[in-house]
Design a protein around this ligand. Structure first.
Ligand SMILES: *Cc1c(COP(=O)(O)O)cnc(C)c1O
Length: 472
């Protein structure tokens, strides 16, 4: 466990530890024998919150209570000492843990681990950016020499905030080299950037906004052959369409702000990791249970923690994740086809379009979870998510005229909503990184990013059509 000091266990502490060990054993058995046999939707609806929990502890509340409390009280000094030494499950203080975030974390751990043979665990964070920081930071620690070289290899096609975190914060301020992979489908390029100072590989897929993609299995195998972890930002897909850990990734980061909280009620994030991950960092807990490591050490000390109110809001949205991602993906497909045919549109980037250069690769990975058990389908079906981007003919100015003409679709730097939202990445999410970096990442000035919501697709297309006609 995290503490290094020797702990003197009193008889009272031992009694608490024994009781809690029995509780943990029962919980693990319940996960193994019951929860992991459920379908995805059942896990999304219930997670680990049980009738028994509700009746015994929470006055029968059928919805997970929002624990708006800073701290947990203990029966006596023995219980407190055992808890604060992390010898028994505890939430002690809401910066470290909280019962509401506990249910949120378990649901996400189980959804990202759905179909995976091994175990997964999750640490909630206050935002997607906090999730990324939390996931990469433990691998960058100085091992021996304060001047030792450290680098990591990452896909340049990524969220603008990620680009800033890696370049402005890590490279410029902390002397950690980020080696960008320009063509993530080129395995040789990944391999050529790895050396003895590399700490991890990082990839976003599908990427926001240009819908980049890569062969997760091949990149994970490459990472593991160098004893490195692969970290994936899987925000755009959500576990309903893609679960990178099942394909060899070690860690997934989620901006749960997006499609996981499709209502748009607030900002939150999560790190989900497989147990026993691959790393060249010498630390037992980090290897065996990464999420626990960051929860009880790094995030305890840095404090990028999720509010319990937000945890339950997001949990509530996640219950219907699969059906929403199916519906919005099907609408996005229709909208992409419509845009592809439109005379005012130069090009459309959507992984579902058969002529997209990454269509075949994405089709190997992006499947609607449990479609084979869905009475509508009864077989596996590909779904490509609700994010697409397209370029308006005539350059940046025409793109802005079109954008300003939108009436039903919201103009905002947001995505993943139940409401359709559009943005121009060049003047918003990817504005800070400048022209040159945008060119590397494939973000032209006339690119519009559109995230298709749950409105009827005919109404979305009508709005796009009238706005495009203004850009004539
Ligand atoms: C939005 C986003 C992030 C950042 O998440 P926040 O919750 O806004 O901090 C990271 N990655 C991707 C792919 C995103 O779309």
């Amino acid at each position: 466990m995290p503490d290094k000091s020797e702990l003197n266990l009193t008889d009272g502490m031992r009694r608490y530890i024994d009781k809690n060990n029995r509780y943990l054993a029962e919980r693990d058995e319940y996960i193994r024998n019951v929860v992991r046999k459920w379908k995805f939707d059942t896990i999304a609806v219930h997670g680990l919150y049980t009738v028994q929990d509700a009746i015994e502890d929470y006055q029968g509340a059928i919805i997970e209570p929002i624990f708006m409390s800073t701290a947990q009280a203990y029966r006596d000094s023995d219980e407190m000492a055992a808890a604060l030494a992390y010898k028994i499950p505890t939430w002690c203080y809401s910066r470290i843990a909280n019962p509401s975030t506990y249910y949120y974390e378990w649901t996400l751990a189980l959804l990202e681990g759905y179909g995976f043979d091994g175990e997964t665990s999750c640490c909630s964070t206050s935002s997607g950016m906090a999730a990324i920081m939390t996931a990469v930071n433990p691998f960058l620690k100085i091992q021996k020499d304060p001047h030792e070289k450290r680098n990591f290899v990452a896909t340049v096609q990524c969220y603008g905030g990620t680009y800033q975190q890696f370049t402005a914060r890590l490279m410029q301020e902390h002397n950690v080299e980020c080696r960008w992979v320009l063509d993530a489908t080129n395995l040789d390029e990944w391999a050529s950037k790895i050396d003895e100072h590399t700490r991890f590989l990082y990839g976003e897929l599908p990427s926001n906004p240009q819908l980049g993609f890569f062969d997760i299995r091949a990149v994970a195998d490459l990472a593991h052959s160098h004893n490195l972890p692969l970290i994936c930002d899987s925000t755009i897909a959500t576990p309903a369409l893609l679960r990178p850990i099942c394909h060899g990734a070690d860690i997934v980061v989620q901006s749960a702000t997006k499609s996981l909280t499709s209502s748009g009620f607030g900002v939150c994030g999560a790190v989900i990791a497989r147990k026993n991950l691959c790393t060249n960092i010498d630390d037992e807990l980090l290897k065996s249970d990464f999420s626990l490591h960051i929860k009880f050490l790094q995030n305890r000390d840095f404090g990028p923690n999720l509010h319990p109110m937000q945890a339950v809001m997001t949990l509530n949205d996640m219950r219907t994740l699969r059906s929403k991602m199916d519906l919005m993906s099907r609408s996005a497909m229709k909208v992409a086809r419509f845009l592809e045919e439109h005379p005012k549109v130069e090009s459309v980037q959507y992984l579902g379009l058969p002529n997209h250069p990454l269509h075949e690769l994405a089709s190997r990975y992006m499947w609607l979870v449990d479609a084979e058990y869905d009475e509508l389908y009864g077989r596996p079906v590909n779904r490509y998510g609700h994010l697409l981007s397209f370029c308006v003919k005539g350059g940046a100015e025409k793109a802005r005229t079109f954008f300003d003409g939108l009436q039903r679709i919201w103009r905002a730097t947001d995505l993943g909503r139940i409401k359709s939202v559009a943005t121009i990445p060049g003047i918003s999410t990817h504005q800070q990184q400048g022209e040159e970096a945008r060119a590397l990442a494939g973000i032209p000035a006339n690119m519009v990013r559109l995230c298709v919501g749950a409105e009827h697709p005919d109404d979305i297309m009508a709005d796009l059509d009238q706005a495009l006609s203004r850009a004539g």
